[in-house]
Design a binder for this molecule. Structure first.
Ligand SMILES: *Cc1c(COP(=O)(O)O)cnc(C)c1O
Length: 449
């Protein structure tokens, strides 16, 4: 093992240097990938030197998500104490289902969940878990809502057509999850939004009333805190009043921007989170914890037990349910996603998490000011968002982004809203500085020439 740890350190150092030398990996066409990187597996193994050289090549050509040229996704940049925690989780290789096997790691997961609960002022009955990602957090919330509305559903299957509500621009996992939950994709009502992509509460209530009249059973509203394209926030306070009026579960999908709970300056954008029955956020997005790290919080933890606990005498061999985390998770074996977040949080404190968030908004302001200051740019996104959607001159967004990537200059994505496509720059990497953002525009303009 020690030898491979030395190998690891050599490879990690190589990668860090390579990220400086080649911040955008050269694109390998998928058709020639297998041959070029010698990915084929065979009967005989290879020696360590060859193995090490192959791994180096693979590192070199894998897209670099940690550099100051990566703006392509809703994550980016390394938080080193998060990486440290992740590496140790791999070394320990616990499974999080029981206290017997996970020991102090259970306490670590509970510490993160309890501190998150405190952050949103949920009551003492609240609980939570670490699903495999934001999509799975949404799925677990949907299942709890289904079982709450139809307590027989888990045993008998659902007994009447249930309907759920989410904005037209919400994450696509909502559609898949409705299918998985036995509710059906056709039972989703996609509620219209205003210009800023915020769900319209009046439209929501109208749709619910229509469904009640038509004999459906409305049961679940998904409000998005940070939509995937524009970074918009659904009006949680108004939506909550509607949910209460008609007896629906309210879940807030904060996968993208739920981490604003840590920022005094920006948390008002979320609305009053503790009005919701459940809330999820991805620490692997705005907080820079290595993928994946998603936290699902529930206002009353009994719902987690009702939907996810199952007796298993071969597994649960010590008494305290509260420390046997498998009773509230979807999986059986579950990797340790808590240690990396705990390691970061412990190291920099809640104040440090806040600084990460506020830095991203500062970088977004730098970018927005630049875009607004030049007649060559058109801005499509709004203030209070770290997703900057814009076009440059007459360039087609897709063509410009592809060119920047193929030429090894920048990784940035494009998106669209109402048939308008645009470049989407996400200032989510707090390791960047003002110069990195200004350099983004410089490189883009040079390529466009
Ligand atoms: C990223 C995202 C998700 C999905 O999270 P995964 O961890 O990728 O499954 C869900 N909802 C929103 C709003 C997101 O931005």
């Amino acid at each position: 093992m020690l030898k491979d740890l030395e190998h690891f350190q050599e490879l990690a150092k190589y990668l860090l240097q390579n990220e400086t030398d080649e911040p955008v990996a050269k694109l390998i066409e998928p058709k020639i990938l297998e041959g070029q990187l010698q990915l084929q597996l065979s009967e005989q193994g290879i020696n360590d030197n060859k193995h090490q050289e192959l791994l180096k090549d693979i590192l070199r050509f894998t897209p670099k998500t940690n550099t100051n040229r990566f703006f392509n996704q809703l994550f980016g940049g390394r938080q080193s104490k998060g990486v440290l925690g992740e590496l140790l989780a791999v070394m320990l290789n616990n499974s999080m289902y029981t206290y017997k096997v996970a020991g102090p790691q259970v306490g670590i997961e509970k510490a993160v969940i309890n501190a998150s609960i405190k952050q949103i002022n949920y009551p003492v009955e609240a609980g939570g878990t670490f699903p495999t990602g934001g999509s799975m957090s949404n799925f677990m919330a949907l299942l709890m809502a289904r079982d709450w509305k139809q307590p027989d559903a888990a045993q008998e299957g659902i007994s009447s057509k249930m309907t759920l509500y989410t904005s037209a621009v919400s994450h696509y996992s909502n559609a898949k999850n409705a299918a998985f939950a036995g509710v059906g994709r056709k039972q989703i009502r996609k509620i219209a939004c205003n210009d800023k992509d915020e769900m319209l509460p009046d439209e929501l209530e109208k749709a619910i009333l229509n469904d009640i009249k038509a004999g459906y059973q409305p049961f679940y509203i998904n409000a998005t805190a940070g939509t995937t394209v524009l970074g918009a926030f659904d009006p949680v306070n108004e939506i909550s009043a509607i949910a209460k009026r008609h007896g629906l579960w309210l879940h807030i999908d904060g996968a993208y921007c739920g981490s604003l709970i840590f920022s005094e300056k920006y948390k008002h954008l979320l609305g009053q989170v503790n009005l919701a029955d459940s809330f999820s956020y991805n620490a692997h997005k705005m907080l820079g914890v290595p993928l994946t790290c998603s936290i699902l919080l529930v206002k009353d933890k009994k719902h987690l037990y009702q939907s996810f606990s199952n007796e298993a005498s071969y597994l649960y061999q010590s008494a305290d349910d509260d420390f046997n985390l498998g009773k509230t998770s979807l999986q059986c074996g579950r990797r340790n996603d808590a240690l990396k977040f705990w390691s970061l949080w412990k190291s920099i404190g809640t104040k440090g998490l806040e600084a990460l968030i506020d830095k991203q908004f500062y970088l977004a302001d730098v970018a927005r000011d630049y875009i607004r200051s030049s007649a060559d740019y058109t801005l499509y996104s709004y203030d209070d968002s770290i997703s900057l959607c814009f076009n440059y001159k007459n360039w087609d967004a897709e063509e410009l982004c592809t060119r920047l990537n193929v030429n090894g200059e920048l990784m940035v994505g494009y998106g669209h809203q109402n048939n308008q496509s645009f470049v989407r720059l996400v200032t989510i990497n707090p390791n960047n500085e003002k110069e990195d953002i200004l350099n983004f525009f410089k490189v883009l303009e040079e390529q466009a020439k």
